[in-house]
Design a protein around this ligand. Structure first.
Ligand code: PMP
Length: 441
């Protein structure tokens, strides 16, 4: 089986010995689910319970969850659990009946968090579906099919979005209508990363036009997560302008940075000062329930909306909307955007201090509670070190702290805890990180 960067950079290989109970569960899972699935870590973790930013394994051992952006307001948050339970006990049905839940939530999302021009929203169950829908909307609005993505983008798992997700690798085929551009790598760039990014996008535009695809959309994760976490806010506006000049639209994939993670506000695109044509969101939207959406400028949505009726059995149902509304409540009530800013800054500062003289840590970067740490073989040459990053992730796991990796070379530690991460969690994290670094040398 061919290597998949996003799936294989931190996955169980079976090379290390593990206890017989875990081994039995792994082999039953493999037999029943088939070989497409991957498990994290050389010694997979069997979780049974969670609370806040902590999770517990089958032996009752507590782990620090520094990776989970789905349960963004914390594992098993009581306010979300109560809202979902109440609604499940009352009614759950689909969107062809009137219900206050979907209208009330849409109003809060659009009026309370989106730019004025992004004024309509449609619901789905996964980020993949939301992106699939966004591609269809963009195609109908522009009459073109060409799509520009970053070189290690991940946008989901339907046929249409795997065709724009080069990081999946394996046997995945990138569509003939897709052009990739290098992500804005501020660490390895020796000049103006925004200028280069715009130039690459312009070249992709020219090539798509030359080949007869035209330009439908530029779609990016506005934090460039799978590419390696690039928080530079100068890069998007010029590239978006170039795509719009060619008649294309801009789709902001907010599945990763959305709902307050960057500590600067609710959305990653807002940090860049751009207003997208389409915004897709999912993962953290309902703290673990499968809820996703695509928000749009109504003028961009119109050709699709008038031409293609839409129905999604589970998307936007009353229980999903109750969960999503409860997440917005918690983000407000517990000041989680500010918490992401403060605690995230403390985490980055402490990691920068710990690693200042370390020969194999080249960069600590991020915003809010999304942190990337470059593991390198040589600091001067900035040579990516996939093996050392893999060893660090597994050393942290053995110390009961959960993180993973991302980036083209699988060498960027990806630290992305729930937004309720506390200063005590930062201390716990940094103590174990220092220990892991010292141990590995
Ligand atoms: N876009 C981005 C940027 C993602 O990270 C993901 C999931 N990792 C998706 C889309 C797809 O979301 P889902 O798994 O809910 O389909």
């Amino acid at each position: 089986m061919r290597f998949s960067n996003i799936m294989d950079s931190n996955s169980y290989t079976g090379d290390q010995s593990i206890d017989p109970g875990t081994e039995r569960l792994i082999s039953a899972r493999t037999r029943l689910l088939g070989p497409a699935y991957r498990l994290f870590y050389e010694r997979p973790v069997h979780l049974v319970r969670g609370r806040g930013s902590h999770v517990f394994d089958a032996d009752g051992v507590r782990y620090l969850d520094a990776y989970n952006n789905v349960v963004s307001v914390g594992h098993c948050h009581p306010h979300v659990v109560a809202a979902v339970t109440r609604q499940l006990e009352t009614l759950n049905t689909h969107t062809r009946y009137l219900h206050d839940g979907i209208v009330g939530y849409s109003q809060r999302l659009l009026d309370g968090t989106m730019p004025d021009d992004v004024d309509q929203v449609m619901y789905a169950c996964t980020g993949s579906e939301a992106n699939d829908l966004a591609l269809r909307v963009a195609q109908m609005y522009t009459g073109a099919r060409g799509v520009i993505v970053t070189r290690d983008a991940y946008h989901g798992n339907t046929e249409a979005v795997t065709a724009i997700s080069p990081s999946i690798g394996g046997e995945t085929v990138i569509g003939p209508h897709v052009r990739t551009v290098a992500a804005p790598d501020s660490y390895r760039s020796d000049g103006n990363v925004a200028t280069r990014f715009r130039a690459d996008v312009e070249a992709a535009v020219v090539d798509l036009q030359r080949c007869g695809h035209g330009v439908s959309a530029l779609i990016v994760d506005t934090f460039f997560s799978s590419d390696g976490i690039y928080p530079d806010t100068s890069v998007l506006a010029p590239a978006v302008a170039a795509v719009r000049a060619a008649g294309g639209v801009f789709i902001a994939d907010e599945v990763q940075p959305g709902f307050g993670r960057t500590g600067d506000g609710m959305w990653g695109f807002a940090r860049h000062g751009v207003v997208p044509d389409l915004v897709t969101m999912g993962k953290p939207m309902a703290n673990g329930l499968p809820v996703a959406a695509m928000a749009a400028r109504s003028a961009v949505l119109e050709p699709f909306a008038l031409g293609v009726p839409y129905f999604n059995t589970f998307g936007g149902n009353p229980v999903s909307m109750a969960a999503a509304a409860a997440v917005l409540d918690v983000i407000d009530d517990e000041n989680l955007v500010a918490n992401a800013a403060t605690v995230g800054r403390a985490l980055r500062n402490e990691l920068t201090r710990i690693t200042a003289d370390h020969p194999h840590i080249g960069d600590v970067r991020g915003a809010g509670l999304y942190v990337g740490v470059e593991v390198v073989a040589d600091r001067d040459a900035a040579t990516p070190d996939r093996t050392r990053a893999h060893d660090l992730v597994n050393a942290m796991r053995d110390r009961h702290v959960l993180i993973s990796v991302c980036g083209t070379h699988g060498n960027v530690l990806k630290i992305r805890p729930p937004l309720v991460f506390s200063m005590a969690d930062v201390d716990w994290f940094c103590t174990e990180f220092s220990g892991a670094l010292a141990h590995l040398g």
